[in-house]
Structure formats: C-alpha cells, structure tokens
Write a protein that binds this ligand. Structure first.
Ligand code: ADP
Ligand code: ADP
Length: 233
C-alpha cells in the first residue's frame, strides 16, 4: 500500500511577469513503512515537492494522495485537518516551543488534532524508542541539539501519521548527533512501521534511507535502492 502517491505533479510559480516551473510532471509513490530520501541540487524542486506532497502548497496540476485521500481539490480547511491527523514534520531548525517541556511539545500535536483519547501506549512507545523518558521535564534550552531533534521526531510520530516529512533534519547537527537522529528515523520505519520522506543534500544522511529519489530541474532524474554514501556520490 502507498502511504503517499503523486501523479503528474506540476507546480509553477508566477510573479513579476515570469513563471518558474518548479515541478514538471513528477510521479512517485512512497510505500507504507519505507524510508525515502529526496536529493538534488539547490533549486531542483525538493522543497516544493515536499510542500506539495504535504498539502502545504497548492499544486498547479496533478494529484497527491495521502493514505486514501486525494488532496487536490479539497478545501484548505480539509487539507489542514488531514495534515494535522496524517502528516508529521521534522524541520532543520527543530521548531520546538521554547516555553514548553519536551513532554508538552510532544503532546501538542495530539491536542491540536483534537485527539480526546490519544493512544497512550503508542505515545509511550515513541518516547521510549527515541530514548526520551529521562528528558520529558526538560525545556528545549536544557537539551542538546540532537536531543531537541529527537523530541521533534517524537512530536512528528506521536499522532501515528501516515507520513513523516523531514526537511534537512540533520542540517543543524554535528555528524554524531545527526547519525543518531537518522538511526532513530530508520528505527521509526523498521520498528514502528512509519513512512518517512526526507529531503537532504547530504549523501551520508541519505544513505540511511532505503531509497533515494533524485530531482533535477523539477523532474525525477533517477533513483537508487539500498544506497550507500559512495553509490550516491
Ligand atoms: P530546492 O528545495 O531543491 O532547493 P525549491 O523547491 O526551493 O528547490 O525551488 C525550485 C524552483 O522553484 C527554484 O527555481 C526556485 O527558485 C523556485 N521557487 C521556489 N519557491 C518559490 C516561490 N515561492 N516563488 C517563486 N519561485 C519559487
Ligand atoms: P495551518 O497553518 O494551515 O493551520 P498547521 O499550523 O496545522 O497549518 O500546520 C500543520 C503542520 O505544517 C505543522 O507541523 C506546521 O509546523 C507545518 N507547516 C506549516 N507551514 C509550513 C511551511 N511553510 N513549511 C513547512 N511546514 C509548515
């Protein structure tokens, strides 16, 4: 089963009398329980693809299916609701709320999604799997960068989303903390059965994925399965 599927995605940005084609008929599927990296040079459309897949950006034409729901054509409100319930995000800049503890940051998406009766067993599993049990009472400023990104991963996973989108999740981490976060994302896929789509320009980071999709000038330019850092370069 595909957690997410894009068909013939086209995205053009218009402005100042010029038009940029950021995505040019991109089709791709991301199977449930897989870890995919999206790579490509700067300006090749990686962020645009991620934003279109996540329903953050309206597509010009084509289709995006998350789980069993077609995003294109839904009202903005419905897309927001769907995103809250079915999509998690991990950002380069962590984006944790500074005044909240780790536990409160992790709880937030459950509250926002209006889960009156969240699955406490799942929440506990995520917290333990990411090694955060001892850090729940800490605020972001009391955590290292790697620990903050682990909290951000837990926050993304806690609603048990169909897909987690990670945008350069190791961009602000040293290589050791980065490797730890990547291992955790891989573990979320292998042991929790989550689907992760990660944008990165780092071959070492991408080698944690089981598949790498390459973009060039807004088009799919190939893919690798079971990549190694050497095979990507
Ligand atoms: P990447 O993430 O691979 O660096 P982007 O998706 O950010 O690539 O950009 C793809 C293309 O779309 C680039 O040519 C970029 O300049 C253009 N682009 C991205 N966002 C906008 C925008 N909001 N307005 C106009 N052009 C944009
Ligand atoms: P809305 O602003 O439409 O109400 P939400 O605030 O519910 O949407 O956002 C849903 C998720 O999308 C959140 O995790 C949020 O951090 C993320 N998000 C919102 N805008 C962007 C953006 N421009 N780029 C990346 N992620 C975003």
């Amino acid at each position: 089963r595909a957690a997410i599927a894009a068909r013939d995605l086209v995205k053009t940005y218009d402005g100042g009398g010029t038009s940029v084609t950021a995505l040019d008929r991109v089709s791709a599927t991301f199977a449930t329980g897989t870890f995919t990296a999206i790579m490509g040079p700067s300006g090749s459309g990686k962020s645009t693809l991620m934003h279109c897949l996540a329903g953050l950006d309206a597509v010009t034409s084509g289709s995006v299916i998350i789980g069993d729901t077609e995003l294109v054509g839904l009202a903005d409100k419905q897309v927001t609701l769907l995103r809250r319930q079915r999509v998690g995000f991990v950002f380069q800049a962590f984006n944790l709320l500074p005044t909240l503890t780790a536990e409160q940051n992790i709880q937030l998406p459950l509250d926002i999604a209006g889960r009156r009766d969240p699955d406490p067993a799942w929440r506990d599993r995520v917290i333990d799997a990411l090694g955060l049990r001892e850090r729940l009472g800490h605020r972001p400023s009391q955590l290292s960068g790697g620990q903050q990104q682990r909290v951000a991963c837990a926050r993304a996973l806690v609603t048990r989303p169909d897909v987690v989108f990670a945008d350069e999740p190791t961009g602000n981490l040293d290589s050791r903390a980065g490797a730890e976060v990547l291992s955790l994302l891989r573990m979320a896929v292998q042991e929790l059965g989550q689907t992760v789509v990660m944008v990165t320009h780092d071959a070492a980071a991408a080698s944690y994925a089981e598949r790498v999709v390459f973009l060039r000038d807004g088009r799919l330019a190939g893919e690798l399965t079971d990549p190694t850092a050497e095979s990507i370069l």
